[in-house]
Design a protein around this ligand. Structure first.
Ligand code: SAH
Ligand code: SF4
Length: 353
């Protein structure tokens, strides 16, 4: 079985040519796939009946996601879905639409996709990490999450404008499928999103960051640092290597050098853990003068006992970084009341709701 959502446009062309059809048939499949959302090959009316039968016979399918649960935040800005994928597993995906951030009169619509079910990295403050690793998602499962949301908002004449790989799982630990999905989603003959509208967030796997830098793509990179030294980092990210902080900074530089795209360091701020003035100063020293950008995320509640620092502590942390010349923003998360914010995705919790 081959899901058509798995194929790059050039592979789609090869498929139709190998079947004895002309190249333009590939576009007759691609266009509806990303704009009309057919549920079966027979739904692609432009194709000759004979070709449809041959494709079905050869084992091609269209694997759409099935929605099994939906929660929307009170303000309507955040929607979390539990989707059943063709691997018969369920995954959480989040859509964020902020009225305040309009582009050409339409809201910016960002999908936060998952690349794995669970995660093997075991970060102590992350609900996904705490559920352990279940499975890697295939490219078609990643694409299906985006296409599903596009189908929903297209009814309001809105479109997905941005994509962040910040859902369940570590994208670099599922590199080949992740990058295949990125290529399909950014190909003008595929889903057609601009590369600059995509951000990959990683816990900091050096080989993955370097490989991504060498892809010659213009996608954004966010590295989850969380601590300015290895000793503290190891407590939060148990799978980190003993040199992880240095490796991450070096890999970030390499990414910037190769792509020209500024790297964002994410820093989940936890009361009494990594939010002291000294820690802020240490972080500032580490990043000073290299054009880095720090995104501070006051921790979102999960099952663990980490607490979000007070507002004044959060602003003080930012001030120390700023005064040292390090660019810093605070990410005010939406969707926490429906457990749709960063680090809160955990399928078993949603299923029992
Ligand atoms: N595995 C990748 C991407 C998914 S996590 C990574 O770790 O980067 C996406 C972001 O959510 C990361 O920056 C992660 O550190 C952050 N995060 C995880 N748990 C969180 C929590 N409880 N509160 C706030 N942010 C959290
Ligand atoms: Fe995995 Fe990222 Fe969660 Fe760590 S923070 S457990 S890497 S999803």
């Amino acid at each position: 079985m081959t899901d058509l959502y798995r194929l790059l446009p050039e592979e789609m062309e090869k498929m139709v040519i190998d079947m004895g059809y002309q190249r333009y048939r590939a576009d007759q499949i691609l266009m509806p796939l990303y704009f009309k959302f057919p549920k079966s090959i027979a739904d692609i009316k432009q194709l000759p009946k004979k070709m449809i039968a041959e494709m079905v016979e050869a084992g091609y399918t269209i694997g759409s996601a099935k929605e099994i649960h939906r929660v929307t935040s009170e303000d309507g800005d955040t929607t979390k879905l539990l989707l059943n994928l063709t691997n018969d597993k369920s995954v959480e995906t989040v859509l964020m639409q902020y009225e305040s951030e309009k582009e050409n009169g339409l809201p910016r619509s960002t999908v936060c996709v998952s690349t794995q079910i669970g995660c093997a990295m075991g970060c102590t403050f992350c609900a996904t990490g705490q559920m352990g690793f279940e499975t890697n998602l295939k490219a078609e499962h990643i694409v299906a999450q985006v296409v599903h949301f596009e189908e929903i908002i297209e009814q309001k004449k809105e479109h997905i404008t941005n994509l962040v790989f910040m859902g369940m799982g570590e994208p670099m630990a599922n590199y080949d499928e992740m990058i295949r999905a990125v290529k399909i989603l950014t190909d003008p003959r595929g889903f057609g999103l601009g590369q600059r509208h995509i951000t990959i967030s990683t816990i900091g796997i050096k080989e993955g960051i370097e490989k991504l830098a060498d892809e010659d793509l213009q996608i954004g990179l966010a590295i989850s640092l969380h601590a300015p030294n290895n000793e503290l980092r190891k407590k939060l990210v148990p799978t980190a290597t003993k040199d992880s902080v240095k490796e991450i900074i070096d890999a970030g530089h390499y990414y910037f050098k190769k792509t020209g795209r500024r790297v964002t360091f994410e820093y989940a701020l936890m009361e009494g853990v990594n939010d002291s003035r000294d820690t802020a100063q240490e972080l500032a020293e580490l990043l000073r003068g290299n054009g880095s950008h720090v995104n501070v995320i006051p921790i979102n509640p999960t099952a663990g006992d980490f607490k979000r620092p007070s507002k004044s502590r959060v602003f003080e942390f930012k001030r120390i970084l700023n005064e040292a010349g390090v660019n810093c923003t605070i990410r005010i998360e939406k969707g926490t009341e429906i457990s749709a914010a960063c680090g809160q995705l955990r399928t078993d919790i949603v299923q029992i709701k």
